[in-house]
Design a protein around this ligand. Structure first.
Ligand code: KG4
Ligand code: ZN
Length: 333
């Protein structure tokens, strides 16, 4: 079964053709550069960019997959969570295609897409596992019990982990988005150079990163420009270590509590090299294995939406064309 996936929940305009949630025939990802100078995504600019690029992105996905609309069996698109304007562009495009081509339409939850990115990368990852979803908009530990069957273990009560990376990068004058830059810089830094707070540890059902952000901001305010420039890598490494500690700590707590042996790390922050290494090591004593997708499937992409669409269609059949964009769509309804 060939699935055309469409993702426009934030600043990536993406379309993909995926066969049976297994073979990625194409995965075209166009990252909007228009936001860079503002240090964050401007929703209205994002909607307008998506309108300009969606047709070409979908056409390129079909071309790269060596197929036409006739070969597509179902059309899946993100309908939330995300920014309402950008979501509406991809969703409306997909619904229009579905109506015109008389092909089934499947609305997909973006977070379910992130979980499915790991199934694409690791076909043997059991459908029952613990998922740590860390992105620019979300930080969530999820008890994955099967297709569309999820239990919330913990989520952030304020900033998302990726948002913290982006804010600190901005404060340090390193640009937007900041995760990859901080990751790279931190490789040459000392994670114990400065101590920043680790909030809500253990079994508590929440993460929190806004206090950490304030603490780094106050620290930076007190230092001279020369000191910050000289110790950029050390400060980046110390901040990153605080985020990684919080994520590792709660994931290990959940592994102990649930007795799971498979952990899927996913979302943009899953690209973080320190998080991957620390989590892999921390899970070893519990005989638990860490799975994460390649970089191209960590950040927002339509292949993961196509995969999620496939599983939804197999389990529940087609969705309704009345499906609307839902900015705060939950994974747990
Ligand atoms: O999943 P994603 O593409 O978009 C959302 O759904 O939010 O995640 C983007 C986030 C950004 O905050 C970015 O800074 C972060 O992922 N990110 C990273 C790394 N690469 C991307 N954070 C830490 N380390 C990285 N290597
Ligand atoms: Zn995402």
């Amino acid at each position: 079964m060939l699935v055309l996936g469409i993702e426009t929940s934030c600043d990536e305009c993406s379309a993909a053709v995926v066969e049976n949630a297994e073979i990625i025939r194409s995965n075209v990802i166009l990252t909007q550069l228009v936001h860079e100078k503002y240090g964050g995504v401007i929703p209205e600019l994002s909607s307008r960019e998506h309108i300009k690029t969606i047709t070409a992105v979908v056409e390129e996905a079909l071309q790269k997959a060596n197929c036409t609309f006739d070969d597509i069996d179902i059309i899946a698109a993100t309908h939330g969570p995300g920014l309402v304007g950008p979501l509406l562009v991809g969703l409306t495009f997909a619904k229009g295609l579905s109506f015109a081509l008389r092909k089934p339409f499947v609305p997909v939850n973006h977070m379910e897409g992130h979980i499915c990115a790991n199934y694409l990368a690791h076909p043997h990852l059991p459908k029952k596992h613990l998922a740590l979803i860390v992105s620019g908009g979300h930080t969530m530990l999820v008890d994955v019990r099967g297709v569309a069957d999820y239990g919330l273990i913990a989520q952030t009560r304020d900033d998302a982990a990726g948002e913290a990376f982006d804010k600190i990068s901005k404060l340090m004058g390193l640009g937007y988005p900041g995760g990859a830059v901080i990751d790279r810089l931190a490789k040459n830094g000392n994670p114990e150079f400065a101590h920043f707070p680790r909030a809500v540890r253990g079994e508590d059902d929440s993460f929190s990163f806004s206090g950490l952000k304030t603490s780094v901001a106050l620290y930076l305010e007190k230092q001279s420009h020369e000191f910050i420039a000289q110790h950029q890598a050390d400060i980046a490494a110390s901040f990153q270590e605080a985020v990684v500690d919080a994520l590792v700590d709660k994931t290990v707590s959940a592994v102990k509590k649930l007795g799971v042996q498979h952990v899927g790390l996913t979302g943009g922050v899953a690209a973080n090299s320190r998080l991957r290494t620390r989590l892999t090591d921390a899970l070893k004593p519990y005989n638990a294995k860490l799975y994460y997708p390649p970089l191209s499937l960590c950040t927002d992409n339509a292949a993961m939406i196509a995969a999620a669409g496939y599983y939804r269609f197999e389990t529940f059949g087609p969705g309704e064309l009345v499906a609307n964009a839902i900015p705060s769509l939950s994974l747990f309804d």
